[in-house]
Design a binder for this molecule. Sequence first.
Ligand code: SF4
Ligand code: SF4
Length: 376
Amino acid sequence: MKRKTLSLIRIAVLILIIIDITFEAYMHQVKGGGPEGSPSIHALCPFGGLESLLSVFTAGQLLDKIYAGTMALFIISVVLAVVLRRSFCAWICPLGGLQELFGRAGRKIFNKSFKVPVSADRYLRYLKYLVLALVLILTWKTATLWFSPYDPWAAYGHLGEGLASVWTEFAIGFIILLVSFAGSFFYDRFFCKYMCPMGAFLGIVSKLSPFRIKRSEAICINCNLCTKVCPVNIDVARVETVKSAECINCQECTSVCPKDGALVNEFSIAKGRTVKPLVIGLVTLVIFFGGIGISKLTGSYALLPQPITEETVITDVDSLKGYMTIREISTAMGMALDEVYRRMEIPENISADTTMKDVSGMIDGFEFHTAREKLK
Ligand code: SF4
Ligand code: SF4
């Protein structure tokens, strides 16, 4: 299959995923993240599973805003990286997809793609591993989503709340998002290359994969096209095997190669058998969405909290959420309804079936996070 066609298929897949995730994130703002709501951007990102790992092993629970479905997405992404390296980044990741759209727009305007000088690029690539280490250490230490205010993806997911709200809650993440998009306009996949902790993690896992792209010195005509199209600037035309943790398995190089057999996909466990570029994309989608399907069938794809019932017991006020009604808080805390009204200073004319998010909108100066502290 020609490179242009394969590239279009991949971009079409990414656009569909971007639309779906953007819609989910917007509905999360509209309907809230309660049992009847829509998943938050945190719940939809597999990186939340990695952030929750320590908490799962030490306290037997996931971090706030992370659910069993997030963990399933994380496990599926790891399996995918073991089989097909970082193909998650090229075929699934919506943030990667958005950067690619900016990159394509930039190339159309300038008719060329820019490259960060090798001397700087070589060191900048390590930045994402530092980000990964920093995020994991501080997340695991604080047992909270420490990265959230700095996370460009969290900022993107909250754009539906309006710029003022994003600026208040995610100012740094929003700046990083703008820098990533502006950077990708000139340099392909700017955030992926230099800052993404999930990409760094998948790059490490990809070292376990038997998958590789192999170049045949005997057949190659040294046209350099493969190097030219690589979005992460791997010098494909000069290596025998693409082993780099930077490779996102986009298949741009293999599909652009004009010589049959010069650049092929293969698995070290099945030497001599090659796999077509389109098959790599299809297998990626089958593993990822098939994994989600299996997870749904086994009932482990929860991305929302459980409904509050008479059996629900909440002792930690930090676990009270904005989507909960006054009555649900009373039930979960085992506290009389009038006591909840009194302590949180909610006027009695507000219905007990009002969510805390709505209460905040009804009373000037009412801050849910401050008010819930009064229930301690
Ligand atoms: S080496 Fe090939 S598959 Fe890997 S990122 Fe570069 S173009 Fe994509
Ligand atoms: S595109 Fe194919 S023929 Fe051209 S340099 Fe790369 S591997 Fe060799």
